[in-house]
Write a protein that binds this ligand. Sequence first.
Ligand code: SF4
Ligand code: SF4
Length: 345
Amino acid sequence: MLDKDIKKNISKCARCALCVQNCPIYEIKKDENNTARGLICKLLGYEKKHLSDNEIKKDLKICLNCSKCETNCPSGVKTTSIFAYKNAILNPSKISQRILLATKLLPIKFLYFINLFKKTPKNSLNSNVLYFKGCIAKAQHKKTYLDEILYNPNFSCCALPYLTCGDLKNYNKAKKRNIELIKKASMVVFDCVSCKSAIENYSELTQEDKSKLVFITDLENNFKSLKPNSKYKNKTVTFHKPCHMSKNDFQKIEKFLSSIDNIKYISLENIDSCCGFGGSYFIYHPIIATKIALKKAFTIKKSNADLILTACPSCTMGLRFNQLISFNYKKTLELRDFIHNELAK
Ligand code: SF4
Ligand code: SF4
């Protein structure tokens, strides 16, 4: 059965199909069962007992949870939370996605397990402006620009990996810890847009709480040029917009990158197209993920950019994979590392 919130939400669907054209899974499979409109119709059938658990399980599992349908929905249906939550109930998993994430990271960062026993770097500043450092940056034991200027109280995981993996116990535990910290803070700064978006979707947060959540480029900063020894001087730089990034955050990033001297910023074509990685999606659905990745890879290749930036570690891994399959070996960096290592303060 569907819970009250889900029922209320899906009743808002006007069947307009505006979500269909942007769905990356529909683009590959051309099957409306896998779009937001199709999934909502199936959930309604399930509620009326016309469909069994098994008949909707498979279609829910194939959803990338990319939020593109939600962004384009004129009726404000919270599609991503509905699909992820219902999938978690119907496809529960005892294996936490964090273990899967660690496994994915191993070939790239084989020191992951050693790093687990080190303390996370914490700034001694005691402020109520907090740094939300995501799991992957913590696992990689990276010191970032935000570590230098903000207090890092060691938030839990944003909880989206638990939800998409069906681990509701850890999902609720992580959410509870994060909500407690957000309530006490005056501002929380993110350098991963996927973590930011996952937390913005917590239904327990008020509008006032959500207004405290900001992205790194919202901070006042003096970054206007590259460090004198930067290898990106006079190079062309582009940015991959992660699926969960809002239009507003993306516009700010474009403005920020365009304002830096000595680099040429160019926009990618089809800016909303997905990198195909989607957390552990690649592990469960490698063929669909590779088809999505190939489309992105050729858009990037066509851009002729020397450096590809993004603002989500999962997308970074996806884009590096894209470079391999399109034989386009250009550097891919996270925005936070570019700011930390390449820009003059
Ligand atoms: S865009 Fe929104 S209202 Fe329209 S079919 Fe999709 S979910 Fe329903
Ligand atoms: S979340 Fe993404 S993959 Fe899932 S239905 Fe919406 S647009 Fe399609």
